[in-house]
Design a binder for this molecule. Structure first.
Ligand code: TXA
Ligand code: MG
Length: 349
């Protein structure tokens, strides 16, 4: 299969290209498209065969459910039951935007889309291209991140092409995404809502609307013994091909440790990548040192993270050492993804 890539200008969306993408979705095919968080790999959520194609293209385990993307409130009522007052408040406050809600599903939603569960994940994305694609196709679009299963999520159309070239017919290229990490997921099917995956909608935001929401147990530890509520969170994820180790502590100690570890590996002819910050990059010794941004610009750090992991893969780096970040605010999502990518390897210095 040839994979076409269409550049789309968000401020002046080419209707012919959009119609072509919509027609693919309507006939059960796959289209990758930008959202404000990461690129998604879309299919008609109500068509079981179309959902199955997503799993095949990504190499995704079939028990890992998909998020259904909608463009208006009425779409939610087509697929979800028992929509609570809290869910309404959250939707009012954060949709369209990077928040996914887990709700009980209606019978019409195929089990293929929900990985066999009786619940459905729903989100109204903010990206204009995504919204127009949903509307033009008349489909609700099931879409996981458009990466090969286990790889870092794509923040550029080039990342999608790298992973899925020849496996899907079309990628809509809307340039670099704005947020760079996946949506916050909240489970609203139990008495007390729980955050299953931290994201750009942080607890500070949620608190103002519905009160603080606890984060699911075990999310920051390697072995929790708890069956994850979001099946996707149990897989090694967001992972570069290289090994990744986080180094945490006082800045001076971190720099010294990373430089010592790098020198050691370089003696053995290993290619080492270092993820530093604007404040520290000039002080690292490796051949491949990349700044993830200024330490106080957490939005920038989130936006750059996956691209840097992929860039190191392109460079053929075998080991990556990264600075560690605060777990407050968006930092919680950043550290969640970094720890998963590192398989929880963290050195305290
Ligand atoms: O920002 C995002 O959410 C992106 C863009 C494309 O919208 N999508 C995304 O999808 O990150 P994906 O499939 O890569 O991650 C979805 C996560 C998985 O961990 C999955 O297990 C969980 O959501 N999930 C989906 N449906 C669920 C359900 N019914 N119950 C619990 N977890 C669910
Ligand atoms: Mg994903």
């Amino acid at each position: 299969m040839i994979t076409k890539v269409y550049k789309i200008n968000r401020d002046n969306i080419d209707t012919d290209k959009l119609k072509e993408a919509a027609a693919i979705l309507q006939t059960g095919g796959l289209v990758a498209f930008p959202t404000e968080t990461v690129y998604g790999l879309g299919a008609d959520a109500m068509n079981p065969d179309a959902s199955r194609k997503i799993y095949a293209a990504k190499g995704r385990p079939s028990d890992n459910p998909l998020i259904v993307h909608i463009s208006k409130w009425e779409d939610l009522e087509k697929i979800a039951r028992d929509i609570s007052g809290k869910a309404k408040k959250l939707a009012d406050a954060f949709w369209p935007g990077p928040l996914t809600m887990i709700l009980n599903k209606k019978d019409q939603v195929p089990k293929e889309t929900t990985g066999g569960l009786n619940t459905v994940a729903v989100r109204m994305p903010k990206d204009e291209i995504a919204l127009r694609l949903i509307e033009e196709s008349g489909c609700l679009i099931a879409a996981p991140s458009a990466n090969t299963s286990g790889r870092p999520s794509p923040t550029l159309a080039e990342h999608v092409l790298k992973d899925l070239n020849g496996r899907i017919p079309l990628i809509l290229d809307g340039g670099e995404v704005g947020i760079g990490i996946e949506s916050t997921i909240i489970d609203l099917t139990e008495e007390i809502p729980v955050i299953l995956r931290p994201g750009r909608i942080t607890n500070e935001f949620l608190k103002k609307v519905v009160g603080a929401i606890p984060i699911v147990r075990g999310i920051f530890s390697k072995v929790s013994g708890v069956k994850p509520k979001a099946p996707g969170m149990k897989y090694r994820h967001y992972a570069p091909k290289a090994g990744l180790v986080l180094v945490e502590g006082e800045e001076e100690n971190v720099i010294a440790k990373i430089n010592a570890l790098t020198e050691e590996l370089q003696k053995h002819e290993k290619k080492v990548g270092i993820i530093g910050t604007d404040e520290t990059v000039s002080r690292y010794l490796g051949d491949y040192v990349i700044s993830i941004g200024a330490r106080k610009d957490e939005e920038g750090i989130a936006r750059h993270l996956y691209r840097i992991l992929r860039d190191f893969d392109e460079l053929g780096v075998e080991m990556i050492y990264s600075e560690s970040f605060s777990s407050q605010g968006i930092g919680q999502a950043i550290m969640n993804r970094l720890l998963k990518a590192a398989g929880h390897q963290i050195l305290e210095v």
